[in-house]
Design a binder for this molecule. Structure first.
Ligand SMILES: Cc1cc2nc3c(=O)[nH]c(=O)nc-3n(C[C@H](O)[C@H](O)[C@H](O)COP(=O)(O)OP(=O)(O)OC[C@H]3O[C@@H](n4cnc5c(N)ncnc54)[C@H](O)[C@@H]3O)c2cc1C
Length: 433
């Protein structure tokens, strides 16, 4: 029996099946600018490993939400915080991971931007963390990375692996029982959906730009989405930060029409999280000053993760409520989007052929009047999200009401460490407000 892998509409492109196959029988193809897999039946030995490693075909174990501990926080080092998409939670944790295991062999894995494409990369030195810092909103290529992690684990390394939730699921699928190794910690980013590289190519073509420097840039501003969620690209040999309203990439990204199909029905965007640690932008905090240089939402999904966060020497953390996190971040509990029923998403190749380049571009970038049609899908998604939120809160009220308690921050005068004073907090890590 030849293996049955996930259908293209459900396949997340994690590529665990590609790494696990010892017979070179899994081939990667590009479909609609996303990576997909096909089985080469002549090479296949029917061992079934690819089916076992696929987290869609063989669901993986998730964390119990009852164990969650919710924190807000940021990297102690100012530059690290500024360079990151939100508070630099990832880089701060990675730095701490190197410090905690300085006597051992350590590897940190995450997504790196190279020549307008994103690749999962393994680093072994603290100074290289910057290669993995900041969000890149196109899908990263993961082929080979799970194999490398498995080898490093075998060789006694401490591993901090980061990526989208589906990539963490892919790693767990690949590792099987070895996922429980105490030397492995995983970090997932809460994910809005992942765009194909075509979204970036259209953007660069529009601006006649040779490359992108950053997908999010708050070097001269704040985490506020209007300011930070815009790209910095090369234009006429200079580094130019676009305004959000002019940013073609974000018009496409926010419209979801070039996302992977599986992202419209994500099985990993739910309150039972996949990874040990979940990171996101901590939207919804009632103190706007906090966002000046960024705040990360940092959730420990189990005791192993909580122990890393508590012992981390390079991040400042404060405890907060899951309710605030849920209110500000729908992708923490749902990934369903009605955009999957938009004609241009259902029949991408047909529309690529029949529409002029300009018309397709206007639809994908949500120009008027096409935006009105798109709005039906958006509104339906908003209503479903509201319903899913009620369901999630009901579940939490029944099983873990403590997590919903709103933290009493003493009115608006919540003590805010000013950016220049952050270092004073370094030695007071885990001091809760
Ligand atoms: C595709 C995508 C969608 C996201 N959607 C949301 C959202 O809807 N709501 C929200 O609150 N936050 C979202 N985030 C997370 C957010 O952008 C920040 O990454 C998060 O707040 C952590 O920020 P930080 O400052 O701690 O770390 P940063 O330094 O900003 O983030 C670096 C981390 O992101 C990982 N990463 C970066 N690009 C990719 C990629 N292409 N694929 C896999 N991993 C990647 C790196 O491996 C590293 O772990 C998304 C991130 C990505 C990559």
């Amino acid at each position: 029996m030849y293996p049955h892998l996930a259908k293209d509409k459900n396949c997340t492109g994690c590529l665990a099946c590609y790494d696990v196959c010892n017979h070179n029988a899994i081939k990667i193809i590009t479909k609609n600018s996303h990576q997909h897999v096909r089985v080469d039946i002549n090479a296949c030995r029917e061992c079934g490993l690819c089916e076992k490693s696929c987290p869609i075909i063989t669901p993986i174990r998730k964390n119990e939400f009852e164990a969650m501990k919710v924190y807000g926080g940021w990297a102690n080092d100012e530059q690290t915080r500024i360079d990151a998409a939100s508070g630099g939670g990832f880089a701060g944790l990675a730095q701490s991971f190197f410090h905690l295991h300085k006597e051992d062999k350590v590897a940190v894995i995450g997504a790196a931007l190279v020549n307008n494409r994103v690749y999962h990369k393994l680093i072994e030195h603290e100074k290289d963390i910057t290669l993995l810092t900041n969000s890149k909103y196109i899908q990263s290529y993961t082929q080979g990375i799970y194999k490398e992690v498995s080898k490093k684990l075998k060789n006694g390394y401490w591993i901090l692996f980061s990526g989208c939730p589906c990539q963490i699921a892919g790693l767990y699928g690949y590792l099987g029982k070895k996922r429980d190794c105490e030397r492995l910690i995983t970090i997932e980013v809460v994910c809005h959906g992942i765009a194909s590289h075509e979204a970036l190519d259209l953007h660069l073509e529009y601006y006649k730009s040779s490359h992108i420097y950053r997908f999010r840039d708050k070097r001269k501003g704040t985490q506020d989405w209007k300011f930070s969620q815009c790209t910095t690209i090369e234009q006429n040999g200079k580094e130019v930060k676009l305004k959000r309203k002019d940013d073609i990439f974000y018009s496409i990204y926010a419209g979801w029409m070039l996302d992977r199909k599986s992202c419209s029905n994500c099985q990993f965007s739910e309150i039972n999280r996949v990874a040990d640690i979940t990171l996101a932008d901590f939207w919804g905090l009632p103190v706007p000053d906090y966002y000046k240089q960024g705040v990360s939402l940092i959730i420990a999904n189990n005791s192993k993760a909580n122990s890393l966060i508590k012992n981390a020497d390079s991040i400042y953390t404060f405890e907060d409520s899951l309710r605030t996190a849920i209110d500000g971040n729908p992708h923490l509990f749902t990934g369903y989007k009605f955009i999957q029923y938009h004609p241009i998403v259902i029949w991408p190749n047909f529309f690529r052929k029949v529409l002029s380049k300009k018309l397709r571009f206007n639809i994908l970038t949500n120009k008027m009047p096409y935006k009105l049609f798109w709005a039906f899908y958006k509104l339906a998604t908003i209503y479903l999200t509201k319903y899913r939120k009620q369901q999630t809160i009901k579940k939490l009220q029944e099983k873990a009401p403590n997590l919903l308690k709103i933290i009493n921050r003493g009115g608006v005068k919540w003590p805010i460490p000013k950016l220049q004073k952050i270092h004073e907090y370094e030695n007071r890590n885990n001091h809760h407000l």
